[in-house]
Design a protein around this ligand. Structure first.
Ligand SMILES: NC(=O)c1ccc[n+]([C@@H]2O[C@H](COP(=O)([O-])OP(=O)(O)OC[C@H]3O[C@@H](n4cnc5c(N)ncnc54)[C@H](OP(=O)(O)O)[C@@H]3O)[C@@H](O)[C@H]2O)c1
Length: 335
């Protein structure tokens, strides 16, 4: 098949555990736009193109359809379970029932165990699917070190039970990490965070790599198809910046491909999403050919605009000022 990229030639990243995982994965969040059928069909195609890493989540509402696709691929002998690196996440309303959530994801994904299990958000603040950006849950609370550590300990128990191989954190900040890392028995292997050319989170990126925690970059293309609630008039479209357009011209490809090349060469693991075969094939292939030059990498480094796209308004608690409170921008945990 001409669209097949041998997984063996896709570069790998080494975790602190010694495990080697692909330098790119596929996202599976349908962004309230793409149906579970469209997303799982893309996963089916992607496995056959050579993708081995998939970023799932209970709250994406499509794990059972994706599970059927994994099972079919294994039944057909396309892959064995050990060839796949399956990531999923516990949603905010299940922090006290982590094992139940994990067992449901394993059953839905038909995957026996999870390779990397994330705490999706560092607090239990729940919002209903498809909710409006102005909706607030009166039960929402600010971050609590004790609550987070208790949730994390429930994940540590899952490692001991063999349900998950590794633990990950997501949507964290340096002040929160400083507070919790010394209290964790099993260090997280990875942190999933928003990363794209106009939002590089350099300080957090450096903090994680200094602690041997692998950054995994979500919205690596700047999420042009993100949900309406995450679109603000001031947002910058990364792939439309003149620098990205001009580098793409030089490489005769789409600027999305350049954003992903930059991500891989910088050292994060991007998890781009697409339901279009031509796109997800090029998103994997780009890791194997035609790297960016040092000058091009330096040019993209200048595109930092602090343009956070997932602001998280729906997770705010009563008394919070605005979404900036979620991100501890002054260097301390906002209570
Ligand atoms: N941990 C978290 O809290 C969190 C939050 C958000 C996302 N995520 C994860 O990150 C994944 C990726 O984020 P995302 O889907 O929001 O954004 P993204 O990957 O930055 O953007 C996806 C969109 O980019 C376009 N695209 C993809 N490949 C392309 C190519 N080669 N050429 C041209 N356009 C291309 C597609 O749009 P068109 O269909 O218009 O072509 C696609 O819908 C999610 O699926 C999810 O797994 C995690």
């Amino acid at each position: 098949m001409s669209n097949f990229i041998n997984p063996a030639i896709v570069p790998k990243r080494k975790l602190y555990t010694g495990e080697e995982i692909p330098c790119i994965g596929m996202g599976t969040f349908g962004s309230d736009r793409f149906t579970a059928e469209q997303v799982s069909a893309a996963v089916a195609g992607a496995i056959r193109c050579g993708y081995r890493m998939f970023d799932c989540a209970a709250c994406y509402g499509n794990e059972d359809q994706i599970g059927k696709v994994f099972k079919d691929a294994m039944d057909e002998g396309v892959v064995e379970r050990k060839d796949l690196y399956i990531m999923t996440k516990v949603w905010n309303d299940m922090h006290e029932r982590v094992e139940e959530s994990c067992r449901k994801s394993i059953a839905d994904l038909q995957c026996e165990y999870v390779d990397l299990f994330f705490i999706h958000w560092p607090f239990p603040n729940y919002h209903a699917p498809h909710c409006d950006v102005d909706s607030r849950n009166p039960d929402s609370k600010p971050f609590s070190v004790e609550e987070f550590v208790a949730t994390y300990q429930r994940c540590e128990e899952l490692v001991e039970k063999g349900l998950i191989k590794s633990i990950g954190i997501s949507n964290m900040t340096i002040p929160k990490l400083e507070a919790v890392l010394p209290k964790l028995r099993i260090k997280p292997v990875a942190c999933e965070m928003e990363l794209h050319p106009c939002f590089q989170q350099q300080k957090l990126f450096d903090y994680l790599t200094a602690h041997d925690i692998q950054p995994i970059g979500f919205m690596p293309i700047g999420s042009p198809t993100r949900p309406e609630r995450d679109m603000c008039p001031e947002d910058i479209a990364d792939i439309q910046t003149p620098e990205m357009v001009s580098i793409a011209k030089a490489h005769n490809c789409h600027p999305a491909v350049i954003a992903l090349k930059w991500a891989v060469q910088r050292g994060q693991i991007p998890i781009p999403f697409s339901i279009h075969e031509a796109e997800y094939v090029s998103n994997l292939k780009l890791t194997t050919e035609d790297p960016l030059t040092e000058e091009e990498m330096a040019s993209i480094a200048t595109l930092e605009r602090n343009n956070r796209l997932v602001k998280g308004q729906v997770f705010l608690w009563e008394g919070a000022n605005d979404w900036h409170d979620l991100w501890d921008e002054d260097g301390f945990i906002v209570k």
